[in-house]
Design a protein around this ligand. Structure first.
Ligand SMILES: C[S@@+](CC[C@H](N)C(=O)[O-])C[C@H]1O[C@@H](n2cnc3c(N)ncnc32)[C@H](O)[C@@H]1O
Length: 230
């Protein structure tokens, strides 16, 4: 069993995801009560992709997030630094590139859109990653970040905290190949910035017109932004 700490050392994060890869997609669907599929549909809609557009899905893991995007006809590339996750894809035809969100292996202004789902929270330096996403996006291109966030109504927040701290670890012991990774999940969600704070990080990294919308009462938030013309 392996897990990373809140300092998110890259080799520990990659090893932890290698160890959950085999059952990752199924575990997510079980632990989210199948909400993950809804969140992915909303992410695809927020991206407003057109056929032929070039899209980079960062921290794509098994490519489950990338496959949801590719149905639009956009040309979608999955990148991740966990080779275990990339190899566990259900679609071996999906373009996959091993790469670190902090040093993406792509030239400047390559993509129309960059997106990251449930990945930014795991990156050692999220601000540097957001600036790196801007580097590989063309001027006028878009960013969509789908990430766990802070539910707004207090009763939902309390119920969610109870689920994260009391229920999720027990469920994870039954369904995951690396249950400790789900203690890490709960700790990183607790420590993650709320919606306005993440919007400020995105703006400071060079993106403009930053907006967000909550899904499932803010359990997950979708942040959108545009890269200004020079
Ligand atoms: C929770 S999974 C998300 C996978 C997928 N995007 C999804 O929506 O289910 C987080 C992924 O982030 C990757 N990751 C974390 N830090 C990374 C980094 N610096 N560069 C590339 N991938 C990273 C991990 O390897 C892992 O596959």
């Amino acid at each position: 069993m392996s897990r990373a700490g809140l300092e998110k050392q890259p080799h520990q994060v990659a090893e932890m995801f290698d160890a959950v890869a085999e059952r990752y997609d199924r575990t997510n669907t079980i632990l989210s009560g199948a909400q993950d599929r809804r969140w992915r549909r909303h992410t695809v809609r927020a991206l407003e992709l057109l056929p032929g557009q070039k899209v980079l899905d960062v921290a794509a893991g098994t490519g489950v997030s990338t496959r949801a995007l590719a149905v639009t006809g956009a040309w979608c590339v999955a990148t991740d630094f966990s080779l275990g996750m990339l190899s566990a894809t259900k679609d071996p035809t999906l373009p996959r590139v091993a790469g670190d969100a902090l040093h993406l292996p792509f030239a400047d202004a390559t993509f129309d859109t960059v997106t990251i789902s449930f990945g930014l929270r795991n990156v050692e330096d999220p601000s540097a990653a957001l600036a790196e996403f801007a580097r590989v996006t063309r001027p006028g291109g878009r960013l969509v970040v789908c990430e766990f966030s802070r539910p707004r109504p207090a009763p939902i927040r309390w119920g969610y905290r109870w689920y994260l701290h009391a229920v999720l670890p027990r469920l994870a012991r039954r369904v995951s190949s690396n249950p400790e990774a789900y203690t890490y999940l709960q700790e990183t969600i607790d420590a993650w910035p709320d919606q306005p704070s993440l919007a400020r990080l995105i703006t400071r990294a060079g993106w403009t017109d930053v907006r967000w919308r909550n899904m499932t009462f803010g359990v997950v938030a979708l942040h959108r932004a545009v890269l200004g013309e020079p």
